[in-house]
Design a protein around this ligand. Structure first.
Ligand code: AR6
Length: 180
């Protein structure tokens, strides 16, 4: 983390964030779904899906693997780019937290390549994919705090949809100590 990078959290809707890049909790098909993914395509409009289809027809014929990230236009969202990432489905039998951490690291890598200075993240995998939110918050905050220093970032913002998720991310961010 560079001394100037702010790590922040808000309770709200990711489609309303005025940032350079918004991260989407997508699935491997890149062709839409529910939750954050549904909201981003609904509010952002058909341009996003058109670029996703072009990626599938081009360099991602098999879809986007879990833990990877790829950018498209943000369409009508108040952002410049959507960075689609695919979280792992939660498993009690197998520790997949390295894949969840990879989502955040790869999203930050793509954001840095684009020159995005402000990035908004949802709680990847903490909805349909079933990840317990306290653990999802721990992986997310620790990974972003550790990897955020490699980019041009002014603000890295977690956007949490409900009180429980907000409380979990808030606790993890407080545990990091004072922010600049
Ligand atoms: N803004 C911010 N957070 C939201 C919003 C929103 N508009 N809507 C939901 N959340 P999920 P996943 C929260 O299910 O678990 C899709 O169908 C939600 O409360 O969106 O990674 C994809 O296509 C939860 O805390 O993502 C995949 O198939 C968090 O965002 C699958 O779901 C993530 O929930 C991905 O599942």
């Amino acid at each position: 983390m560079t001394p100037m990078t702010l790590l922040t959290r808000v309770r709200g809707d990711i489609t309303r964030q005025h940032v350079d890049a918004v991260v989407n909790a997508a699935n491997s098909s890149l062709l839409g779904g529910g939750g954050v993914d549904g909201a981003i395509h609904r509010v952002g409009g058909p341009e996003i899906l058109a670029e996703c289809r072009a990626l599938r027809a081009g360099r991602l014929p098999g879809g986007l693997p879990t833990g990877q990230a790829v950018a498209t236009t943000a369409g009508r969202l108040p952002a410049r780019w959507v960075i689609h990432t695919v979280g792992p489905v939660y498993s009690r039998a197998e520790d997949r937290s390295h894949l969840l951490a990879s989502c955040y690291r790869e999203s930050l890598r793509v954001a840095a390549e684009l020159g995005a200075e402000t990035v908004a993240f949802p709680a990847v995998s903490a909805g349909v994919y079933g990840w317990p939110v306290a653990d999802a918050a721990r992986v997310a905050v620790r990974t972003v705090a550790a990897a955020g220093g490699d980019g041009p970032f002014a603000e890295l913002r977690f956007v949490l949809f409900d009180d429980r998720a907000f409380a979990a991310f808030d606790a993890e961010l407080q545990a990091l100590g004072p922010q600049p």
